[in-house]
Design a protein around this ligand. Structure first.
Ligand SMILES: Nc1ccn([C@@H]2O[C@H](COP(=O)(O)OP(=O)(O)OP(=O)(O)O)[C@@H](O)[C@H]2O)c(=O)n1
Ligand SMILES: C[C@](O)(CO)[C@H](O)COP(=O)(O)O
Length: 232
């Protein structure tokens, strides 16, 4: 039986990609034969659980992205909006354009997320109203002060590297963003604005191939992972 399409997705791609160090914003760099962002959008386009998407991009890229949507037949993207100065602002802009009950937020530069991982995140959110994809950290993580001195070594067993998508009942995410804006809070992920409401956010275990393409060495790694999948 086909799953009911009940999830909407905000794909955020309005960043400048400064850590990548390229003239072209990293979300438009080619991964194999098409832009990284297109890989990401095609993943959700193909999932029957997804009703519609909103794409949030740099103001200068709105027209370009509208043309890409036509070129790649990305019919579920119902709007392309100009983002804000921070990722959180871009999310909030996307959120204002959606009205379904359930919403996921996904980084446009995480093109390698799998449908199975997305489904695990959606299922966890449908149980708890808020869930994020994550993986246990493999390295020892330490807190270091401004002088470069280690001040704490958290127990690694409790540490997870948080990914996207992050999935929520839309009204909850909306409340979190409104509270954060009113209080001037800016976090680095979407769960943080919901945690501030005192809501428990569930972790759904994803996989280590769902990398965020951030710095130059991530590009060959993404190419390798994509090629490896084709051989599976
Ligand atoms: N104001 C912003 C900042 C980031 N993003 C998006 O959020 C995702 C994760 O952000 P990140 O990897 O940090 O991308 P950039 O901000 O572009 O990278 P950098 O910090 O190196 O400039 C990316 O898809 C990015 O385009 C966004 O939509 N709006
Ligand atoms: C949302 C995120 O991908 C979770 O790990 C991460 O916080 C984004 O951080 P960025 O600095 O905006 O890439």
């Amino acid at each position: 039986m086909l799953a009911r399409a009940k999830w909407d997705v905000i794909v955020v791609a309005a960043g400048r990609g400064t850590r990548m160090g390229t003239a072209e914003s990293k979300q438009y760099l080619l991964l194999e034969d098409k832009p990284i962002l297109i890989h990401t959008l095609q993943l959700f386009e193909a999932m029957e659980e997804i009703a519609e998407m909103v794409l949030v991009v740099g103001a200068q890229d709105v027209t370009r992205c509208e043309e890409l949507l036509l070129q790649y037949n990305l019919h579920k993207v119902k709007a392309v909006a100009a983002g804000g100065s921070e990722r959180q602002h871009s999310v909030r802009i996307g959120l204002s354009l959606l009205h379904g009950d359930w919403v996921m937020v996904h980084d446009g530069v995480r093109p390698l997320v799998t449908p199975a991982a997305v489904r695990a995140c959606m299922a966890a959110a449908e149980r708890s109203e808020a869930a994020v994809l994550a993986v246990p950290v493999k390295d020892t993580i330490k807190q270091v002060n401004e002088s470069g001195i280690i001040v704490a070594t958290p127990d690694r067993r409790s540490l997870w590297a948080i990914q996207t998508p992050q999935a929520f009942r839309r009204s909850l995410l909306q409340e979190g963003h409104e509270r954060a804006a009113a209080e001037g809070f800016v976090g680095t992920d979407d769960a943080s604005v919901v945690e501030r409401l005192g809501v428990s956010v569930t972790v759904a275990e994803g996989d280590y191939t769902n990398i965020k393409i951030t710095t130059p060495e991530d590009l060959p790694w993404a190419e390798f992972l994509l090629a490896s999948r084709k051989q599976e």
